[in-house]
Design a protein around this ligand. Structure first.
Ligand SMILES: NC(=O)c1ccc[n+]([C@@H]2O[C@H](COP(=O)([O-])OP(=O)(O)OC[C@H]3O[C@@H](n4cnc5c(N)ncnc54)[C@H](O)[C@@H]3O)[C@@H](O)[C@H]2O)c1
Ligand SMILES: O=c1ccn([C@@H]2O[C@H](COP(=O)(O)OP(=O)(O)O[C@H]3O[C@H](CO)[C@@H](O)[C@H](O)[C@H]3O)[C@@H](O)[C@H]2O)c(=O)[nH]1
Length: 439
């Protein structure tokens, strides 16, 4: 089947290569020439485990190519829209100009019977409005909404083995046509019995924002418990283990620490609140404001904790920050809690050195005022405190004995509750973490 994928960022590039892996003939289109040049040479423009290998393999089959020219999307049976929907500057709402622009460009090449499939995360009501636009400007072409649930760091696996498929379909015979096309796209995934939910547009759009709101709420719930643990001397990690054994609750997404960041959860809960407001239903989502508040408070608490261990002042203190990406196995620094904390520490007079296995280049571009190091050892040289803010495997596996010989003061702040507290304290470190007693 001929497929086009519009927007080749973290979502679209992986989707395009994965569709080629499934046997389809795919063209990926983006307005960013540098990104298209890099993808065409089988060089991943971002770090995502397994992606570059998949890219290389699928480009070599001849079934995948990339272009900046929308004319190359002509003749595809299905056109996936994967462009960004970032938070608007100074507002909570999503910036919809890229989705609007992509669909308008597609309209010029759409033929009757072709299907536009939205994958971007959008405010509920977007699909209905785009369907009207398509019906008006490209009669005979159809629209479906098929939200994406992949996690960065697991993007390839999640795209090829999703835990569910959601199809937001138009009513009547058009819905049957759209369903048949989507079933053909995902044939091997459908055939192995992957759960499939078919709905109207609004439900499909809301499934996505509801899922991310739930995940954000779960993280903020455990971080609120961490605040209480700090006040009572209880241990949030044990608490999470204990409540997580109840399979109605589950242990996943109960890792207390610095909270959520990235290009999805923070902006998606905010856009959801903004949309609820536009719909006159803002009361329904006021709890998300608290979810957001709890999340942001963790960053402030982390800086306070750093000041506390540095004898009450950060002025002139050398602080090593291990981790810049918003999560491990990614170079994505969008709304990164780690970088946010690093910048606050610097503002309070600390001499901050940041390191990350994959995200230093992106960080340097966005936060040029921070100082960067290539390795944790370099970052921690003569440090007064070491902060582990992204739980990369290589940081979890650091040898506290050897690492202790590099620093000036053996003080470690575990921002992700990821280190072995006993091993670090046994090696003479003062260990501090969010929601846990000092070790
Ligand atoms: N990153 C994820 O893990 C993930 C997962 C699920 C859903 N989503 C959603 O997917 C969407 C894309 O997210 P992302 O992380 O890939 O963003 P991104 O910023 O990495 O990529 C967006 C791409 O779209 C391109 N683009 C913008 N306007 C365009 C146009 N008119 N025509 C063609 N290309 C255009 C940009 O150049 C960029 O390469 C968002 O709505 C996001 O919420 C992302
Ligand atoms: O117990 C936890 C789990 C996660 N996080 C943090 O939460 C953020 C988001 O993590 P995760 O959800 O794993 O990463 P994303 O790649 O942003 O994926 C989310 O956002 C995507 C884009 O919408 C969705 O497709 C995914 O299903 C959804 O998990 C990161 O900063 C994590 O450090 C915690 O603090 N505690």
């Amino acid at each position: 089947m001929k497929i086009s994928v519009i927007g080749c960022g973290y979502l679209g590039a992986v989707h395009a290569a994965s569709m080629a892996e499934l046997g389809h003939d795919v063209v990926g289109i983006d307005v960013d020439q540098a990104k298209i040049a890099s993808l065409s040479k089988a060089e991943a423009p971002f770090f995502e485990p397994g992606f570059e290998e998949l890219l290389e393999r699928t480009l070599a089959t001849g079934r995948l190519r990339f272009s900046t020219d929308f004319a190359d999307a002509a003749g595809s049976a299905v056109h996936f829209v994967c462009v960004g929907t970032p938070q608007k500057r100074g507002e909570y709402a999503a910036d919809m100009r890229y989705v609007q622009g992509a669909v308008e460009s597609l309209i010029d090449v759409l033929a009757p019977g072709e299907l536009v499939v939205g994958k971007s995360t959008v405010p509920v009501g977007t699909a209905a409005q785009l369907a009207e636009l398509i019906a008006d400007k490209a009669p005979g072409a159809l629209l479906a909404w098929n939200p994406e649930f992949l996690r960065e760091g697991f993007a390839v696996q999640d795209t090829l083995h999703p835990d569910r498929l959601v199809y937001g379909l138009p009513a009547g015979a058009d819905g049957d046509t759209a369903r048949a096309l989507l079933d053909e796209v995902y044939a091997s995934i459908v055939e192995r019995g992957t759960p499939k939910v078919e709905s109207d547009y609004a439900t499909a759009e809301m499934v996505k924002t509801a899922a991310n709101s739930f995940l954000a709420t779960k993280i903020s719930f455990i971080n609120a418990m961490a605040e209480l643990c700090e006040a009572t001397g209880a241990d949030v990690k044990l608490l999470a283990d204990a409540i997580g054994f109840d399979d109605r609750i589950g242990r996943k997404f109960l890792n207390a620490g610095l909270g959520f960041g990235g290009g999805c959860l923070p902006k998606d809960i905010r856009a959801f609140m903004a949309r609820a407001g536009e719909l006159g239903a803002d009361q329904a989502l006021t709890f998300l404001r608290e979810v957001d508040n709890i999340n942001m408070r963790r960053r402030i608490r982390m800086v306070e904790l750093a000041r506390e261990v540095c004898d009450g002042s950060l002025l002139g203190k050398r602080v090593a920050v291990l981790g810049a990406a918003f999560k491990p196995d990614s170079d994505d620094i969008r709304d990164s809690p780690a970088l946010n904390v690093a910048a606050q520490l610097q503002l309070q007079g600390a001499v901050v050195r940041v390191t990350d296995p994959a995200a230093v280049e992106n960080s340097r571009r966005q936060w040029p005022q921070l100082d960067y190091a290539a390795t944790p050892e370099e970052a921690a040289e003569r440090a007064d405190a070491v902060l582990v803010l992204t739980e990369w495997k290589q940081y979890r596996e650091l040898d506290p004995e050897a690492f202790g010989r590099i620093v000036k003061q053996k003080r470690v702040l575990d921002g992700r509750n990821a280190l072995d507290r006993e091993a670090w304290t046994a090696a003479g470190w003062t260990y501090r973490a969010l929601g846990r007693r000092a070790g």
